[in-house]
Design a protein around this ligand. Structure first.
Ligand code: B16
Ligand code: MG
Length: 210
């Protein structure tokens, strides 16, 4: 029986893809590195430093660890500035109603995000107080496809791993959910994953699964 649903943030609750793209493109242009939407697509669900390493695959030179830290900071400063434009209107369709409906049914809800900016994003969306637990990039060492962020969310909720469902837009997130022993529900790009237990065209269909 499912007692809790752990929501991925970027791509499930809000679409920040374009903002990540603009911020990475800013750094890539500054360094004269080729970067496009297709490369950006590979960064979905992946931590900031892992994303940077993917972006640097097209670089002509090798970057030291301190240079990488600097580039990651430049990207994040730019991204955090872009996040200021977010408002409750940016929540993806039907998400808010689904969150309220789950709570009414007594099902716990949590965030399981690779982002170190998750709490800032939730604040701009005006939904921080809805969640029973938030596990994000600041809680973990290994990001998706490692299961850590979902295990941490379940621990914060006080719910057993096998009683949790995860809803994800990234194939690495579905992999992470299965490694955590959880029910894995895919939306958008994650529907490509062969490991997904359910694939949804509409997030409202989640309510008939849990
Ligand atoms: P930050 P999620 C992920 O969030 C994003 O999908 C991914 O593109 C990003 O690189 C990662 O967060 C780290 O974000 O730089 O803000 O710490 O999908 O796991 O909610
Ligand atoms: Mg995501």
């Amino acid at each position: 029986m499912i007692k809790a649903v752990i929501f991925d943030l970027d791509g499930v609750i809000v679409s920040t893809d374009q903002l990540h793209y603009e911020a990475w493109k800013h750094v890539a242009d500054q360094e004269d590195i080729y970067f496009d939407e297709k490369i950006n697509h590979r960064l979905r669900g992946v931590s900031r430093m892992d994303s940077l390493n993917i972006m640097l695959e097209k670089a002509d030179k090798t970057y030291s660890e301190s240079e990488k830290e600097k580039l990651a900071k430049t990207k994040n400063d730019y991204y955090v500035d872009l996040l200021k434009q977010l408002s409750p209107n940016d929540m993806l369709p039907h998400v808010y109603d689904v969150l309220l409906n789950l709570k009414e049914q007594g099902i716990k809800i949590a965030i399981g995000s690779s982002s170190r900016n998750a709490k800032t994003i939730l604040k701009y969306l005006g939904i921080s107080c809805l969640f029973d637990a938030i596990a994000d990039g600041t809680d973990i060492e290994n990001s998706k496809p490692a299961p850590d962020v979902f295990l941490r969310a379940a621990e914060k909720l006080g719910v057993s791993y096998s009683s949790c469902a995860v809803i994800e837009d990234a194939t690495v997130g579905i992999e992470a959910a299965k490694k955590a022993g959880m029910l894995a529900i895919a939306v958008f790009d994650a529907k490509k994953s062969e490991q997904a237990d359910h694939k949804l065209d509409d997030i409202r269909d989640l309510l008939s699964i849990v």
